[in-house]
Structure formats: structure tokens, C-alpha cells
Design a protein around this ligand. Structure first.
Ligand code: CA
Length: 228
């Protein structure tokens, strides 16, 4: 999962970047409205954390422009406590949720997790595919109840596939949602990570769809085993 943080308060920006990075996300960041707007308009994010009070283009205008341009990613806005009307304008402008400053980072993380899940059609925080389970709260993975140890890149890849299971995901889409802007993408190819994941998952959860990409689904053998 890849997210964008648009926040001009340097301290807060850094704290958010750190928290989301530790939680396993690829993170891009902007400190003013114009750059934030540009990134959100040109890069495919799974969610955006957008401060309303920004230098340059303000947060409400950034959001209005994205929605007018057809950008549909989930957006969580950050509003100042003494500006209740920002929530109303923000939601009217197309925000999916809000958090009022000052906030606990955990709350922002939880709300963004929920937005990403719901955007992919999952209501519960544990996403399952047959015997495989990803807990989006704890970033833990289990297979038949046993923990599976993954690196942060492997987790990010699996989490994206689990959120979008049964769909064919192209290599380009995976690359765009797994790496931040500054990442050296060439040296860490998707094929390598897919290979490692397959080994750790000990099953055919990840199918290669020739010429199109990858699809995560319940393995045929497992399906037959459950009798349905
Ligand atoms: Ca601000």
C-alpha cells in the first residue's frame, strides 16, 4: 500500500511519515498544497492524509480539484480544533473521513487502514483468502493459523494482493502501489518478491496470468478440500 501525506507542519509531517513507514506503507510526502495536489493527481495512492491549512493551494481546494479531475482515492483530512466548519467543507469537497488536531497517530493509522479496506470492499480488519489471513491492524500474516514471517516489502505486496484478491493485478500496478517516489525500483523487481512470497506461502495462492500479471486466490486444491 502506498500513501501520500500532505502536511506543512514539519514535525507532524515527520511523525506521520515515520508511523506509516513503520506500519509497512510506502509513503510520499508534500509540505504545500500545490505539490500535494500535483502528486495526488499524477501518482496512484491507496489513501491520502491531507491537512486543510496549507501554504499555496489550501487543502479544501486541493481536494475539490482532485475530485473534479476524477481522482477517487480515499482521503482523510486533518482539521484544526477551532475550525469546525473545515470538517463540513472538507466532507462536502469529497473527504472520506477526518481527524481533528491534536490527535494520536494511532487514530490516523486506524482510520486510514479502514478507508483502504473499505475502498477494496473489506469491512473487517482481518482479510482472509482460504487458509491465509492478513491482520491489517497488526500487520501479521498467518497460514493455517501459523505465523508467516515476511519482510516489509513482502508484506506490502501480499497485503495489496489480499485487498484486491480474485483480480488480476499487473506488474505496473504493483510497482506503483508498493514503492514510494524515491525508491530504486529497478533493483527490487516484483518477480523476485513474488517468488519469495510463494515460497513462504507454501501453496499456489499467487497465480501468474501470462501477459497480464498476478492473481491471488484460494488454491484449487484447498477449494476442493473444503467440499465447496
Ligand atoms: Ca497546516
Amino acid at each position: 500500500m502506498r500513501i501520500l501525506i500532505v502536511e506543512d507542519d514539519k514535525d507532524l509531517n515527520r511523525q506521520l511519515v515515520e508511523a506509516f513507514t513503520n506500519a509497512g506503507y510506502a509513503v510520499d510526502t508534500a509540505e504545500d498544497g500545490d505539490e500535494g495536489h500535483f502528486l495526488g493527481d499524477t501518482e496512484p495512492y491507496d489513501a491520502v492524509v491531507l491537512d486543510i491549512g496549507l501554504p499555496g493551494m489550501d487543502g479544501i481546494t486541493v481536494l475539490e480539484n482532485w475530485r473534479r479531475e476524477g481522482r477517487a482515492m480515499p482521503v482523510l483530512i486533518l482539521t484544526a480544533r477551532d475550525r469546525w466548519n473545515d470538517k463540513v467543507s472538507g466532507i462536502d469537497a469529497g473527504a472520506d473521513d477526518y481527524v481533528t488536531k491534536p490527535f494520536h497517530i494511532e487514530e490516523v493509522l486506524a482510520r486510514v487502514r479502514a478507508l483502504i479496506r473499505r475502498a477494496a470492499g473489506h469491512a473487517a480488519s482481518q482479510i482472509t483468502c482460504g487458509d491465509l489471513m492478513v491482520d491489517t491492524r497488526t500487520s501479521r500474516v498467518t497460514l493455517r493459523g501459523n505465523p508467516v514471517k515476511l519482510t516489509s516489502h513482502e508484506f506490502r505486496l501480499l497485503s495489496y494482493l489480499m485487498h484486491h484478491q480474485e483480480k488480476v493485478i499487473s506488474r505496473t500496478e504493483l510497482t506503483e502501489h508498493l514503492y514510494d517516489q524515491d525508491f530504486d525500483r529497478d533493483s527490487n523487481t516484483i518477480e523476485v518478491f513474488i517468488g519469495r512470497l510463494r515460497k513462504k506461502l507454501k501453496g499456489d495462492y499467487i497465480e501468474t496470468v501470462r501477459g497480464l500479471g498476478y492473481r491471488l486466490a484460494v488454491p484449487a486444491a484447498e477449494n476442493a478440500g473444503t467440499g465447496g
